[in-house]
Structure formats: structure tokens, C-alpha cells
Design a protein around this ligand. Structure first.
Ligand code: ZN
Length: 196
């Protein structure tokens, strides 16, 4: 079952390695404002929903900072581990939403609370976000042309996850591909929020 994936440290290890690659790609481009060199300036996070005992480095939100005097601006690489400032890991948010949206027998709010300790309030916020805000976001406007038209605005992100799982060799590979896809533009969203 897909929820069991979230108990595997190996999944988070893989997502962590992808985040390192994304950070290195971003660093190689240099500062987007002045072309200066970028240095590591990570944020420590306390993400929820992953397995017990994950190494501390999996809980870092990779971030870079320009080394030029007079600039010193932050540059936030894309991330497969984190979705904006949300407390839960991205993988947990996407899987929980998919379980909730799975028709006709989607998991109830109570079942999700038992499985992941997610409060009804948090779940309601995610549902509202994916129903009302995400479909209208520039992120989704840019991404939607890159997936099959059967992935429509109703049922995000569960339908997106199903799409990637159908085209992957395993459920885990599908989940990782889905998170990579979402990360390909969440960076824009992140940087506008975090660089304030
Ligand atoms: Zn700079």
C-alpha cells in the first residue's frame, strides 16, 4: 500500500539526494541577481510524517546565499522533500491527499489522523489549497501542459500521482517522479515566500 512507502527511510534518503543534486545545479548557475558565488545557507526544519529516526540532514531545507558584498541574497533551490513552508514532508502531503481523493473509497479524515497524526484542520487546509489555490497558481499553469490532459484541475494532486504511478515501474518510482515534477516549479513559489 502506498502509505507504507512513507515509513521507508530509503524513500527519504533518495529525496534527500535529489535535493542535493537540485542544490548543486542551482549553485552552478551562480546568483540570479548578480552572478556572484553561492554558498550553502540551509534552514533546519522539523518536518512531520516521515519514519522515526531519520538522519538530521534529511530535515534540512537546502538553501543558498550569495557571497558578494552588497548582494548577499538568498536563492532557494527546488526541493522534493519540502513544499513551501508546510510542516509535513511533500511526500506525505501528496500521498495523504491521494488517499483522501481515491474514489469511491477514499480514506476518511479519522483514518488519516490515525495513520499519520494529521489533524482535521491541517487536512482541510491542504484540501482547500489543492482545490482552490493550486489549480489557479502559475506553478500549475506552467506544469499542466507537460502532463496528459486526463490530469485535470479536479482531483489534484491525487490524479497527478496516479498518472506518474501508471507510467513508472513501481509505486515508489511514480511517487518520486511526481515529487520531482512538482518541485520543478515550486522553487518559484518558495523563493517568493522565503525571500521576504
Ligand atoms: Zn548576488
Amino acid at each position: 500500500m502506498i502509505s507504507e512507502l512513507l515509513q521507508k527511510s530509503s524513500l527519504f534518503s533518495l529525496l534527500h539526494r535529489i535535493d542535493i543534486d537540485l542544490t548543486n545545479e542551482c549553485r552552478l548557475k551562480g546568483c540570479p541577481f548578480c552572478n556572484g558565488p553561492l554558498y550553502q545557507a540551509n534552514y533546519e526544519r522539523k518536518p512531520r510524517g516521515g519514519p522515526e529516526g531519520l538522519p538530521d540532514e534529511y530535515c534540512l531545507r537546502h538553501s543558498l546565499c550569495c557571497g558578494c558584498d552588497g548582494c548577499r541574497r538568498r536563492c532557494l533551490p527546488s526541493s522534493c522533500l519540502f513544499m513551501g513552508r508546510r510542516v509535513y514532508f511533500s511526500a506525505v502531503i501528496v500521498v495523504v491527499m491521494a488517499l483522501r481523493q481515491n474514489r469511491p473509497n477514499g480514506a476518511s479524515a479519522d483514518e488519516l489522523k490515525d495513520m499519520f497524526g494529521i489533524s482535521e484542520k491541517t487536512l482541510a487546509r491542504w484540501i482547500t489549497y489543492f482545490r482552490e489555490e493550486f489549480p489557479l497558481s502559475t506553478t500549475w499553469q506552467q506544469l499542466r501542459g507537460r502532463v496528459h490532459s486526463s490530469v485535470n484541475n479536479n482531483g489534484l494532486p491525487g490524479n497527478l500521482l496516479s498518472h506518474f504511478i501508471r507510467h513508472a515501474n513501481s509505486t515508489e518510482e511514480g511517487l518520486v517522479a511526481c515529487l520531482r515534477f512538482l518541485a520543478s516549479d515550486f522553487s518559484l513559489l518558495d523563493s517568493s515566500i522565503l525571500m521576504e
